[in-house]
Design a protein around this ligand. Structure first.
Ligand code: CTP
Length: 395
């Protein structure tokens, strides 16, 4: 269909960026980015005639369009353009151009290939910067010396792609990366972009190499984020990644445990401040700052906890993300945490307010205490019945 529209409009169209890279690597990627040598908005509107399009969002200033298909898939269309950077990380001013200029503004050779998908040369790989060669040779390489200065987010992106595909950062690229880090360019990355890149890293299958590279280039030190990568950081990462399925089953996102792992040495006030700057939602921040300071005390208490109820009441107000962090930091209490996660947290109290009201209890504080006490009895003796608990409470 794109071929047809491109012919009709006499404009060339190219798949670009990550999807071309991943097509060559034979990795699934549903981020469809298309560059039109011409007017992407008019092109998108014409596609509308042939496709089952749910809606189109256009951005006149940037000459871009996003097509939302009925199938749930999105297609991003952009007009090939030249970007002028007025100062590092500023929003670029935009003007029309051809695909080669469009590719030149990109981060790494492996991300700067295009696949022509128009009437002219359908299926032709456009690779001015030897991205294919670098992909085969597993190299992350910038296109020009000022790349990291133009967009310092690329420092983190280099680490991300090297880690994701287990590639090496090419030696000159590494030199420029270190230079940019030492010259303080990391601080020009907005918190929002930093957050997005870090989350992407933590969502990747194997972020170990990223930890390695963060350490090697002293990235976190430069951010003054008080993140120290230690052998136990690697250890916790390893365990979280090995147990991803179980964690997801408990409705916890593994990347969030990894994020907290990185920041675990911060006190909850500093953690809150930083996470606010990252733009995380208040609810999330409030949640994960509970228990982060008290971890060591909880662990000490868990070590001597000899009853189910003790374990339960130590953990039941702590968010699961922190519980997992504790579990993987202190193997000596792993059994107790497993007992909580697999059994105790799912126990439904057999005594509740309704039952107590029926049995003549009216004072709310008392009801609360009784419910807690009843749950304690229930947790420590599985065979209790409501009657027995009420009888015991009475005594
Ligand atoms: N890009 C760039 N410089 C950046 C960000 C993006 O040059 N700082 C270009 C790259 O060509 C990249 C494309 O924009 O391939 C799309 O960016 P993005 O969606 O962030 O990354 P992907 O390469 O698609 O990787 P991912 O699979 O992680 O989405």
């Amino acid at each position: 269909i794109i071929e047809k529209v491109s012919k009709h409009r006499n404009e060339k169209a190219y798949l670009v960026g990550g999807i071309v890279r991943d097509l060559i690597l034979n990795i699934k990627n549903l981020d469809i980015d298309i560059v039109i040598e011409g007017d992407a908005i008019a092109f998108a509107k014409e596609l509308n005639v042939f496709l089952n399009i749910k809606k189109i969002i256009t951005h006149e200033k940037f000459k871009t369009a996003i097509i939302f298909l009925e199938t749930g898939l999105n297609i991003d269309l952009a007009s090939s353009r030249l970007e002028y950077y007025e100062y590092p990380t500023s929003l670029p001013t935009v003007s029309y151009s051809s695909i080669d200029k469009d590719l030149y503004r990109r981060d790494f050779t492996i991300n700067a290939m295009a696949l022509e998908i128009d009437y002219n040369n359908f299926g032709k790989l456009i690779d001015y910067y030897n991205g294919y060669y670098d992909l085969i040779n597993k190299k992350i390489k910038i296109l020009h010396n000022l790349s990291f200065i133009e967009d310092p987010t690329r420092i983190i992106r280099a680490i991300r792609f090297a880690s994701r595909y287990n590639f090496d950062i090419e030696s000159d690229t590494e030199k420029f990366l270190i230079q940019a880090v030492n010259d303080g360019f990391l601080n020009k990355i907005s918190f929002d972009r930093l957050k997005n890149e870090i989350i992407k890293i933590l969502k990747d299958k194997n972020p170990h190499k990223a930890l390695n590279l963060f350490e090697k280039f002293n990235i976190f030190e430069k951010f003054n984020l008080n993140i120290i990568i230690t052998p136990s950081t690697y250890n916790i990462f390893k365990k979280v990644l090995e147990n991803k399925d179980e964690i997801i089953k408990n409705n916890v996102k593994p990347w969030q445990i990894l994020l907290i792992t990185l920041f675990r040495r911060l006190n909850s006030e500093d953690l809150k401040t930083i996470f606010h700057r990252f733009g995380f939602k208040n609810k999330f921040i409030r949640k994960i700052s509970i228990g982060i300071n008290e971890r060591k005390i909880i662990v000490e208490k868990l070590k001597t906890a000899n009853k189910n109820s003790k374990i339960y009441f130590l953990l039941n107000n702590i968010p699961l993300e922190i519980i997992y962090l504790i579990k993987y930091s202190y193997p000596e209490i792993e059994n107790k945490i497993n007992l909580y996660l697999n059994q105790l947290q799912n126990i439904v109290p057999i005594i509740n307010g309704k039952i107590l009201l029926k049995n003549g209890y009216t004072e709310s504080k008392k009801i609360k205490n009784i419910i807690k006490h009843a749950l304690e009895l229930q947790l420590d003796n599985e065979n209790y019945t409501i009657k027995e608990i009420l009888k015991e409470l009475h005594e």
